[in-house]
Design a protein around this ligand. Structure first.
Ligand SMILES: Nc1ncnc2c1ncn2[C@@H]1O[C@H](COP(=O)(O)OP(=O)(O)OP(=O)(O)O)[C@@H](O)[C@H]1O
Length: 211
């Protein structure tokens, strides 16, 4: 048996579901995700993709089934420092600049080794907009500021909900590039997207939601 076959997955779900008013929003779902792996979360509108990502970010409670983090029962405290969610709500303060938003995030959560606020903003193409209030940025520029925060903060598991939305072709290529680098460096990611997703290095794993 290879080392990969025996490795404990970063995340494992067994018959996982989320309930609203005792009705399942999704599930039962079975999947596992190892370090250095990316999975696409696929399903129609309303099938529960955002709900799944919010649950894995610790914002919602498991309804039924089992969830494991590095082989132990999932606990918010165990994975909070290693999990980053990029959702529809970008979590940026509109009155603050990208530089200020990122500095506050790094002050709260720390920064990835070798990463800096200026470097992250430059990488996502926001040079020249660092000190503009976020509310004055375009939708794509706001998304880029949120991506810069992802590059800056430490995190093993990225939960990306429609990361390509509002981005131009260069922005889409940027998302693919940073995702590939994250995964090549041993990081993991769950990604929802209604558009075509192209990654180098083979077919990503797929998690299909029950419609
Ligand atoms: N805050 C909420 N309160 C009640 N129901 C909700 C809430 N948020 C989502 N839902 C419902 O939960 C279900 C799953 O929604 P979710 O946003 O997870 O779907 P999705 O797969 O991400 O959809 P989309 O592809 O449209 O983004 C939907 O039926 C939706 O109406």
């Amino acid at each position: 048996m290879t080392a990969a076959a025996t490795a404990v997955p970063l995340l494992e779900a067994r018959a996982l579901s989320f309930l609203r008013a005792d009705e399942p929003v999704f599930g039962p779902l079975d999947f596992s995700l190892g370090e250095g792996e990316l999975a696409l979360v696929e399903g129609d509108n309303g099938s529960g993709k955002t709900t799944l990502l919010r649950l894995l970010a610790g914002l919602l409670h498991v309804g039924a089934g089992e969830l494991y983090w590095r082989g132990a029962p999932w606990r918010r405290e165990a994975c909070a420092g290693e999990t980053l969610l990029l959702g529809h709500q970008l979590g940026l303060k509109g009155d603050l600049s990208p530089r200020e938003n990122l500095a506050i995030a790094a002050g709260l959560h720390g920064a990835r080794e070798g990463a800096s606020v200026a470097g992250a903003l430059d990488e996502v193409g926001l040079a020249g907009y660092e000190d503009e209030p976020v509310r004055r940025l375009s939708a794509g520029q706001k998304k880029r500021a949120a991506l810069a925060r992802l590059l800056l903060l430490p995190g093993t598991l990225w939960l990306l909900d429609e990361p390509y939305a509002n981005l131009d072709r260069a922005g889409i290529a940027l998302v693919n590039r940073v995702l590939e680098r994250h995964v090549d460096g041993g990081g993991s990611a769950l990604v929802t997207s209604h558009g075509a997703v192209s990654f180098h290095g083979g077919e990503p794993r797929r998690i299909r939601m029950h419609a």
